[in-house]
Design a protein around this ligand. Structure first.
Ligand code: NAP
Length: 308
């Protein structure tokens, strides 16, 4: 299991993204970064790292007390630019209230990191008992928040970016169903409604107990399908936002941190949340001339989803 959860094979152990050159950063203390699910784990480490770099960081969490405590802990470390706001990515009212607050209080957003996610499996189990919650959080939640915040991006191609924390468990090479693979690979005709239909089909099979042997990813299947959907949506969104027009100029990439020691893995993993958060922050802060769109970063190496 650990090797299948890990993103960093030895052949990938190279950095194709060049570290930022030693020069003034493109961001300022006015640059606003929103991180979801940042009260613990990788999201917390990432929020801390962005605050250390001097950005205004909105640390969000679904639980008021846990979020306040996490933000206070960072402020106690001298990271005064950290602000807390409650946000449950599965709750449309919470998402709408959050977007209104970002608009009214901060005037916009520059970086969105969709990090919040759930998995209910132990390392070596594969139950789909909570599949609906998993899909609703990891895919629909990230999508709902993204669409709510899109009008609030400041629209500078240099600074507007979305980083979706995903997983290689949801890559195309994990899909055994040839028709599904074909659909997801056909970048010219794939539509958002196809991705939503795929998610609904999976949930319907879970409900009637027929999901096994249907060609879905075999490890942490509900979680993998949620990330498969997130990856496909990210690719479409990157294409949608690549040109001029509404939302144009916002880059969209995914990042797999690899097998990381957090609550999600019950403390198992090859690296710490701080190590993963540091790499994620580096990607979120890539210099404009190095910032791709529509890529899947396995650790710090960018790939095209359909080649994986
Ligand atoms: N750890 C790994 O090995 C690994 C590998 C690949 C990818 N990832 C991805 O990395 C990201 C972070 O994972 P992690 O390992 O740091 O997990 P984690 O420690 O379990 O943290 C998950 C975070 O998401 C929050 N969350 C869950 N449901 C939410 C909701 N409805 N609204 C808002 N926040 C919600 C949790 O809040 P509560 O505290 O309230 O529950 C928590 O802050 C996830 O996207 C995960 O899929 C992790």
């Amino acid at each position: 299991m650990s090797s299948s959860m890990d993103c960093l094979s030895s052949k990938d152990n190279k950095h194709e993204t060049t570290p930022p050159p030693n020069r003034a950063p493109w961001w300022t203390s006015e640059t606003v970064a929103v991180v979801t699910g940042a009260n613990r784990g990788i999201g917390h480490a990432l929020a801390a790292r962005l605050a250390e770099e001097g950005l205004t960081v909105v640390l969000t969490a679904r639980d008021e007390a846990r979020g306040e405590a996490a933000a206070a802990a960072l402020r106690a470390r001298g990271l005064r630019s950290v602000r807390f706001r409650r946000l449950d990515v599965t709750d449309p009212a919470s998402v709408a209230a959050f977007a209104a607050w970002v608009r009214d209080e901060l005037g916009g957003v520059d970086i969105l990191v969709n990090n919040a996610a759930v998995s209910f499996n132990e390392i070596d189990t594969n139950s789909v008992e909570h599949a609906e919650t998993v899909l609703r959080t990891n895919f629909y939640g990230a999508k709902m928040l993204t669409e709510a915040l899109l009008p609030l991006f400041r629209r500078s191609a240099a600074t507007s970016r979305i980083l979706n924390i995903s997983s290689q468990l949801g890559l195309l090479n994990k899909v055994r169903d040839p028709a599904l693979r074909r659909m997801l690979l056909d970048e010219a005709s794939l539509r958002e409604r196809d991705i939503e239909r795929m998610a609904s089909r999976f949930l319907a099979q879970v409900a009637d107990g027929t999901w096994r042997g249907q060609g879905w990813p075999e490890v942490w299947t509900d979680y993998a399908v949620s990330k498969l959907a997130l990856n496909a949506y990210s690719r479409l969104l990157a294409a949608r936002l690549a040109g001029p027009g509404r939302g144009g100029g916002v880059s969209v990439n995914c990042f797999c941190p690899g097998f990381t020691r957090t609550d999600m893995t019950r403390g198992w993993g090859k690296r710490t949340a701080d190590e993963a958060g540091r790499v994620a922050a580096g990607l979120a802060l890539l210099p404009p001339e190095q910032l791709p769109t529509g890529k899947f970063f396995k650790w710090s190496t960018p790939h095209v989803y359909s080649k994986l």
